[in-house]
Design a protein around this ligand. Structure first.
Ligand code: NAG
Ligand code: NAG
Length: 316
């Protein structure tokens, strides 16, 4: 979630979280469908949820519940840990990387140039992945790290979470079915909602059904061939390089689908019909599918490494 003061006033939809809840929850269900059994067991225990919703149920936590401290956190932070969990302010830059490029002619994201000093989505995936691998960390911290990884693996696939122009499009006013919205919100939520037939006030059933379609498309449908390359180059030894590849891919879509005619040409345009939607919808679908599939593999790698160290070391 990233909202300028001006953007807040433009929102008409009930929620506006980086990928709306629909996108994040769908990505979590897709990942749930692809993780290995050991991975599912590990995260069901860590997230203390034994149902098929163990990931989906925490997919939007980083946007919402982080503003209130849980009882476990409050107990643990008494004295020894100072995470300032009550504010959540320190995570505000963790949801995106602000590529200072020039769409539509030049799309490019650079870690050194674009990741802010206090962090970005790429450094945060690195940070919370390392925390998940650190068996000495308290369980509630690894629980929190899991929720962050599940969320940020989604955020990074939203093209406007890898773009600086007008605060990731928050400052660009467009029209959507006649209403005024900002471009960031259109990409977080409106395109996916329209693809699924309208705004879903209860996103879980809609996300679950969408994830089933995407899973079938990956297993033996239109993505079955290309999905074989989606995990290429993924390395737990280099989370920054791994997630930079995801960010570059998202950012490239800023040039080809988000701002194909540049930032000023889109202002005031109706985007819910015609060419724009026709070009955007397949990109949203692809990005959600890729993010879920990659998240599954990433969590598999984490659990493989934790288990490879053996129980003795994990007990230390
Ligand atoms: C598991 O998560 C789902 C979705 O958040 C929730 O409805 C359910 O109550 C949870 N179950 C347990 C045992 O916590
Ligand atoms: C890593 O995560 C911890 C715990 O949430 C946080 O306090 C810290 O600022 C993060 N570090 C970076 C570099 O993002």
């Amino acid at each position: 979630m990233r909202l300028s003061a001006a953007a807040v006033g433009l929102l008409v939809a009930p929620t506006a979280y980086g990928w709306g809840s629909l996108g994040h929850i769908t990505i979590a269900y897709v990942a749930t469908n692809f993780v290995q059994d050991e991975t599912a067991a590990y995260f069901k225990e860590l997230l203390r949820n034994d149902t098929i919703h163990y990931m989906a149920g925490v997919a939007t936590w980083a946007d919402t519940a982080f503003h209130t401290r849980s009882r476990a956190q409050a107990r643990e932070s008494c004295g020894k840990v100072s995470l300032s969990p009550s504010s959540g302010q320190f995570t505000k830059n963790f949801h995106f990387i602000d590529a200072k490029d020039a769409p539509p002619t030049n799309c490019h994201v650079d870690f050194g140039r674009d990741c802010k000093k206090d962090g970005c989505v790429v450094s945060s995936l690195d940070n919370y992945t390392r925390q998940l691998l650190d068996s000495e960390l308290a369980a509630w911290r690894r629980n929190q790290a899991a929720k962050f990884v599940i969320h940020f693996a989604g955020d990074i696939s939203q093209p406007l979470h890898a773009e600086n122009v007008e605060q990731g499009g928050n400052g660009i006013r467009v029209r959507w079915e006649g209403a005024e919205l900002n471009l960031h919100h259109v990409w977080d939520s409106s395109i996916a909602e329209k693809m699924l037939g309208g705004i879903h006030r209860k996103p879980y059933p809609a996300a679950h059904a969408w994830a089933a379609d995407l899973t079938a498309a990956i297993r033996d449908g239109k993505y079955s061939e290309e999905s074989k390359t989606w995990t290429d180059g993924m390395s737990l030894d280099d989370p920054i390089q791994t997630s930079m590849a995801w960010a570059r891919e998202s950012n490239a879509h800023v040039c080809d689908a988000v701002l194909p005619d540049g930032p000023s040409a889109i202002v005031g345009q109706e985007l819910a019909s015609g060419m724009y939607f026709a070009r955007a919808a397949p990109v949203v679908e692809l990005q959600v599918a890729r993010a879920g599939y990659r998240l599954a593999r990433w969590l598999d790698l984490i659990v493989e490494r934790v288990h490879a160290r053996g129980p003795a070391e994990n007990e230390l």
